[in-house]
Design a protein around this ligand. Sequence first.
Ligand SMILES: Cc1cc2nc3c(=O)[nH]c(=O)nc-3n(C[C@H](O)[C@H](O)[C@H](O)COP(=O)(O)O)c2cc1C
Length: 142
Amino acid sequence: MRTVVLRETNDQLQLIFYTDKRSEKMNHIKEHDAVSLLFFDTERLLQISIQANAKIITDDSKLQSIWNQIPQNSRKEYTSKLSPGKAIKNPEAVDYLEGKHFFSVIKLIPNRIEYLRLKRPNHIRVLFKKENTNWKGMFLVP
Ligand SMILES: Cc1cc2nc3c(=O)[nH]c(=O)nc-3n(C[C@H](O)[C@H](O)[C@H](O)COP(=O)(O)O)c2cc1C
């Protein structure tokens, strides 16, 4: 389990997050691409739970165009000299590379989405399943 920032969604319901290609999650995704995601909106009391397959984006021109949109000060996150997770003496002891980065983009392709909205008089729980290319939805007992 990791917290990540949802960077982008599109009309195919794909979700995008960014990471350092040396991070352990990359190895986990390479070994096994099935992932699950959990979102919770505290104001609307809405929970979205998603099962998806994770794909590492390898298209260089796509990666470059995303990289170009990242603000300069945020690019630093992907340039540490040592890999994420390595031991350091203190939080200031992180050196950064110039002119090299380990930026990576992961695309999540959902195959099952569960929607749960808590409200009175009836909670609403809906399961959406992808069958071939079509999505089918059904209400469930909350
Ligand atoms: C608020 C928050 C947002 C985060 N966003 C990301 C993210 O977008 N991408 C990422 O790789 N790690 C993000 N992290 C860090 C991961 O949760 C995780 O701790 C880190 O990437 C190490 O994971 P690893 O097991 O792959 O080494 C975030 C952590 C927090 C607390």
